[in-house]
Every structure is written in structure tokens, then in C-alpha cells.
Design a protein around this ligand. Structure first.
Ligand code: SF4
Ligand code: SF4
Length: 168
């Protein structure tokens, strides 16, 4: 009985010593949403970014999508080309596999870096061409696009204690 009490007393002391040690350790968690980490350059965000100028309307991306998620409508252009009338995808059904991005032969499609979004309506998750359109304020992921890597900020690693990034 005495040795049992000794054992549990020792365990308690060890537990307290461990708690005490952790009190003085550098914190490695972030205070989200006030603090945000910089994500991996190849992050697969919840959206895609479409470069209208590079897109030929070939529909390779739509054919590659395992979810049948990309809808493209084209019309014949004046110079033996296609005009993309509609480019739309349902991000609510997207599994962000990146196959559409990998398959695009003209580097016209990218995964985005966004990860925050909520919606009351299922229909709001359908992204029309205007929402997908590449604009300078949209950050594109370097996933399957290594040329973009040098222009993207370095990923924040918790282990380095660098959690100061407010905005990605
Ligand atoms: S990321 Fe995958 S699921 Fe989403 S649209 Fe592209 S191919 Fe389809
Ligand atoms: S594969 Fe690329 S070029 Fe072809 S329709 Fe899709 S985004 Fe446009």
C-alpha cells in the first residue's frame, strides 16, 4: 500500500514538473484569425484561377475532371479559334485534386491560395468565369506551376516560431 502511494505521488510530481517546464516554453500555436500562417507555395486552395488570355477553350481541363465539375461553352472565333463564352465550376463538388490544372496544356488554369469561405446557399459555391478570372490581386498557387514559386512568399513554419504573418 505504501509503495502504491509512493508511486502515485511520484507520478504526480513528474506531471507537475512537466507542466512547469511547458509554462516557460515558446508558444508555437497561432491566434487565428488575428494571426495567419503563410501557406506552402504549392497549397491547393478552395478555388481555381482562370487566365482568360491564355485559355484556348480546348476543354482538356473539363475532360480531366473526375467530378465532371467544369462547364465550358465556346463559340467559333474569327481567326480559326474559339471564344470561351462560359467557364464555370462548382467548388462545392470540387475535391481540389488539381488534375484540371495539371492537364491544361496552356498554363491557363491554377489552383488558388484562399482557404476561408462560408456560405448559406449551396448555389454560391458555383464559381462563374467572373469569379474565376485572374486579376493581379489574386494569388495563384505554384501547384503544377513551378515557375510561380520564386514570386511567392516563403512558407511560415511553426517550428521556427515565425507566426507573425497577418496577411498572406
Ligand atoms: S481540382 Fe479536381 S475536382 Fe476540382 S475542378 Fe479540378 S479536376 Fe475537378
Ligand atoms: S485546359 Fe486550359 S486552355 Fe484548355 S479550356 Fe481548360 S483552362 Fe482553357
Amino acid at each position: 500500500m505504501a509503495s502504491m502511494l509512493e508511486g502515485s505521488g511520484l507520478g504526480l510530481l513528474k506531471g507537475m514538473a512537466m507542466t512547469f517546464r511547458h509554462l516557460f516554453r515558446r508558444r508555437i500555436t497561432t491566434q487565428y484569425p488575428e494571426q495567419k500562417l503563410t501557406l506552402s507555395k504549392r497549397f491547393r486552395g478552395y478555388t481555381l484561377v482562370w487566365d482568360k488570355e491564355r485559355c484556348t477553350g480546348c476543354a482538356t481541363c473539363a475532360k480531366s475532371c473526375p467530378q465532371g465539375n467544369i462547364e465550358i461553352v465556346t463559340s467559333k472565333g474569327t481567326e480559326n479559334d474559339y471564344v470561351v463564352e462560359k467557364f464555370q465550376l462548382d467548388s462545392g463538388r470540387c475535391i481540389f485534386c488539381g488534375l484540371c490544372v495539371e492537364s491544361c496544356p496552356y498554363d491557363a488554369l491554377f489552383l488558388g491560395m484562399e482557404y476561408e469561405r462560408s456560405s448559406y446557399r449551396r448555389g454560391d459555391l458555383v464559381l462563374s468565369r467572373d469569379k474565376l478570372l485572374f486579376t493581379p490581386d489574386k494569388q495563384r498557387s505554384a501547384y503544377a506551376r513551378p515557375k510561380l514559386e520564386p514570386g511567392l512568399p516563403r512558407q511560415t513554419l511553426l517550428i521556427e516560431g515565425d507566426t507573425g504573418s497577418k496577411k498572406r
